[in-house]
Ligand binder design. Sequence first.
Ligand SMILES: NC(=O)c1ccc[n+]([C@@H]2O[C@H](COP(=O)([O-])OP(=O)(O)OC[C@H]3O[C@@H](n4cnc5c(N)ncnc54)[C@H](OP(=O)(O)O)[C@@H]3O)[C@@H](O)[C@H]2O)c1
Ligand SMILES: [Zn+2]
Ligand SMILES: [Zn+2]
Length: 395
Amino acid sequence: MTNARENTVERRDVLGTAIKATVGAAVLGPLAGGGMVCAQPPAPKGIAASGYAATDASVALAPFDFLRRDVGPTDVQIDILFCGVCHSDIHTARNEWLGTVYPCVPGHEIVGRVSTVGNKVTRLKVGDVAAVGCMVDSCQRCPSCAEGLEQFCENGTTFTYNSPDPGTGKTTYGGYSTTVVVTEKFVVKIPAGLDPKGAAPLLCAGVTTYSPMRHWKVLKGQKVGVVGIGGLGHVAVKIARALGARPFAITTSPGKIKDAGRLGAEGAVLSSDAKAMKGHANSFDFILSTVPRAHDLNPYVALLKRDRTLVVVGALDKKASDLVAAQLIHARKSVAGSLIGGMAETQEVVDFCAKHKITADVEVIPAQKINEAYDRVVKKDVRYRFVIDMASLKK
Ligand SMILES: NC(=O)c1ccc[n+]([C@@H]2O[C@H](COP(=O)([O-])OP(=O)(O)OC[C@H]3O[C@@H](n4cnc5c(N)ncnc54)[C@H](OP(=O)(O)O)[C@@H]3O)[C@@H](O)[C@H]2O)c1
Ligand SMILES: [Zn+2]
Ligand SMILES: [Zn+2]
């Protein structure tokens, strides 16, 4: 499994370092005591990894070989077993949010087995099943980090992929790959008994939906709307149910109506059915929108009770929704946003799901099917999360 072009890019990088070292030796050689200049470039540092990368917004993801950093004293190396396919991966690979640095290895729902630990690692040991979500580092000093909200790090969170990596000076590469090296603080433990492939989506879909339900204090018996029953939405329904709330699926897909009950929803509403939507007007205590495209929020705001909040986690594109302010004003309603969750909360949601026996409904694919999977996610044709089996990269 090789991709000549990408290998060239990466090797050039590695060689660049090697060349600099050799040139440095050549320049300093005579001054440094007349030692011989070594003709052999030093061996590349790092751990060999292979995965799938996008090399441009409009081309298919393809095999890609690269290097992970060596395991430092506080690092954990995880051999990846499964990685979920989040819609954010698609937005990023296709540069829909702009700012994608290529090559881009997506993937931030990572579960694997610890293969190496640094000598200062205390929480994890070789053989543990462990996970990595959307972040791999943050400054650890700012007020947000101090509050355990590393996703809002005021000095810049290091996200799992497509993020400047202060450690290497490069861009981070995500979980569509064989192995990853992450500082211990950003590694989550997977409790025994939680199926690793079904647990992988909890690392993004789980925490992204759990966090706002906790922040806005969803209570037992409350009526919760989940808009968009995809990867995030179906997990949100399960979590809301486990919190003791009464979740309702609000969907554009007639085919998902019958699934809603199985997922734990008390009911389901087809958003294109104006009469059904009207029947739920002013009745929801909390609504979470996971819709991945700019969309009209007004029909969903109309479903909220007075003083309640609609939280948007999807639709991070630039096209603004024409929100009707009068709707907010006359019943003191709010529209808010939320971004994943902090590291403590990521561990919390994984433990919560283990306790309540919640995993994602997954369709396991080999890495070679990733482009087909992307097209199916966009077409709303997945029940409900694709998860890549990383064993497919080792064949
Ligand atoms: N804020 C955060 O921290 C955060 C974290 C993770 C992901 N996200 C974002 O959240 C969004 C959802 O992610 P996901 O992985 O759950 O995506 P997904 O699996 O594609 O699910 C999205 C669901 O939204 C509905 N939908 C899709 N296109 C739509 C459209 N044009 N109009 C109305 N409804 C539509 C569909 O559900 P129905 O068939 O039921 O209508 C679809 O299954 C993405 O934009 C992702 O980038 C945000
Ligand atoms: Zn995600
Ligand atoms: Zn910080």
